[in-house]
Design a protein around this ligand. Structure first.
Ligand SMILES: [Zn+2]
Length: 479
């Protein structure tokens, strides 16, 4: 049986609860022997594989192709874009020795791949006919983090990074927003996590880019999570790596580039959006286990009868594409319920001798309190319908929480009181000055998460300094 130590309630200590859910759900553990790194265990990796499959389909459906570039990048490449190297320097891992010899040129372990891909784009792109160049890479990334938190911030993580080159800024901007929409659609319809699409302020944008866009979710403790980003790189990397093409008029121009990514951090978002004090809750589209079938018996005859019906049920459910576990271990049923709740199985089916007499079974969805009794002949359809219902219900519940936790706040006192209390998104006026934004962060650890897309223009006064503002932005504490 899995480890049985208790899960700290959310209300008592949210960060402890988060670690406990990951441990009890058997998702991951800190590597410890490798500082800041984590081991993603089979249950956690199963979720990542489902995320990959869903996203990869969407990335390909929008015309991109997968490729793979080296994880070692010549240090000189990073230095070609001044802001980029400045932004990433503090967290670089550098290889200085190879094959027992000091290297002539040191390599950085990729913190992101704009530079090395820029180098190859320069070789691959000559003419407007080579554009757009639409590439995606699934890879691991290393950023030397001092303060780590499983899935949310680790020194090595997994992600996908899209890199594209276009003939015009108009086209590259369209790509940036198109991929932001792909991420938002994935977050809401697959992860059941509502997100706000928005633009980052200058101080929060990608180092070396022109403008960054993001999707932001709200976790159950009132903190925001940046769940994906899409960057307008302008011609910055095109100029740094001399990526030029002949336009239709025969003139040479620099390409316009984009990059966009989501990572294993999404699993942290999934945990903090849906899970409860009993452990992991997973939307069916990403769950490692949909249904656990548990036969209940006191003697051999009951065992034979309940197992026979149980096994048939397992096969029928598998036939509908569900991932099903048959748990007939010699163990108290209560202990099994407890374990599968922690591991985030979407539902369980109990089949006991009395159920056989009544030609029904007991059905319990992970996210609902009540247990229901379902006639055996309607069983499979019921389970399939309940998986669809659970996917929708989890989204609606998370959206209700997000909406109720988003407040228009107009005074600094109210802002501080809210952020010291329940947190959430504060929709406030801001003067647009980075120094004022920095002061808010210094005073309260609260940052501007984004300027929502399609934001209404509205005259007002900056919540911090009282200067004129033309629109509201979203503030929150964030991971
Ligand atoms: Zn201000």
């Amino acid at each position: 049986m899995a480890e049985q130590s208790p899960i700290t309630p959310r209300a008592k200590d949210f960060p402890e609860w988060y670690q406990d859910v990951i441990r009890a759900g058997d998702l991951a553990e800190p590597a410890i022997v490798v500082k800041g790194a984590m081991v993603i265990k089979p249950n956690g990796y199963a979720i990542w594989e489902k995320i990959q499959r869903e996203l990869d389909d969407r990335i390909k459906a929008t015309g991109h192709r997968n490729a793979y570039f080296p994880m070692f990048i010549p240090e000189s490449f990073l230095k070609k874009e001044a802001e980029h190297v400045e932004g990433f320097s503090p967290e670089l891992a550098v290889v200085t020795i190879g094959g027992g010899k000091e290297l002539e040129e040191r390599y950085v372990v990729r913190p992101t791949s704009e530079t090395i891909i820029g180098h190859f784009f320069a070789k691959w792109i000559q003419s407007h006919r080579d554009l757009p160049m639409l590439i995606n890479q699934w890879a691991n990334i290393v950023r030397w983090e001092l303060r780590t938190r499983m899935f949310l911030r680790t020194s090595e993580f997994l992600w996908q990074e899209g890199h594209t080159a276009h003939a015009t800024h108009e086209e590259s901007l369209k790509e940036v927003l198109r991929m932001l929409d792909v991420y938002a659609d994935f977050a809401e319809n697959v992860m059941a996590m509502p997100v706000i699409r928005g633009e980052k302020t200058a101080s929060e944008k990608f180092a070396g880019g022109v403008k960054s866009y993001c999707i932001e979710g709200l976790m159950q403790n009132g903190w925001a999570l940046q769940a994906g980003t899409s960057h307008d790189l302008g011609q910055n990397f095109g100029k740094a790596f001399d990526v030029k093409f002949q336009n239709m008029a025969g003139q040479s121009e620099y390409v316009w580039q984009t990059s966009w990514g989501v990572s294993t951090r999404l699993i942290g978002g999934l945990v903090m959006t849906h899970s409860d004090d009993a452990g992991l809750v997973c939307p069916p589209k990403l769950a490692p286990y949909h249904v656990v079938v548990i036969p209940i018996f006191k003697n051999d005859a009951e065992r034979a009868a309940t197992e026979e019906v149980g096994r048939r049920m397992v096969e029928d459910l598998k036939g509908k594409g569900l991932s099903v576990v048959f748990d007939n271990r010699d163990e108290r049923p209560g202990a099994k319920y407890f374990e599968w709740e922690r591991k985030g199985a979407c539902a369980r089916i109990e089949i006991g001798p009395k159920d056989l007499e009544k030609k029904s079974f007991a059905f319990k969805r992970r996210d609902l309190e009540k247990k229901e009794f379902v006639p055996m002949e309607k069983g499979v359809d019921h389970v399939v319908a309940q998986m669809e219902a659970m996917q929708k219900d989890l989204f609606n519940k998370a959206k209700k929480f997000r909406d109720e936790s988003t407040r228009r706040i107009d005074t600094w006192d109210a802002f501080k009181a809210q952020m010291d209390g329940a947190g959430g998104f504060a929709s406030c006026h801001w003067c647009g000055d980075g120094a004022c934004e920095g002061q808010v962060k210094e005073d309260t650890k609260v940052t501007i998460r984004c300027i929502p897309l399609g934001n209404a223009k509205e005259a007002g006064k900056c919540v911090r300094c009282g200067r004129e503002s033309g629109e509201r932005v979203l503030f929150a504490r964030a991971y």
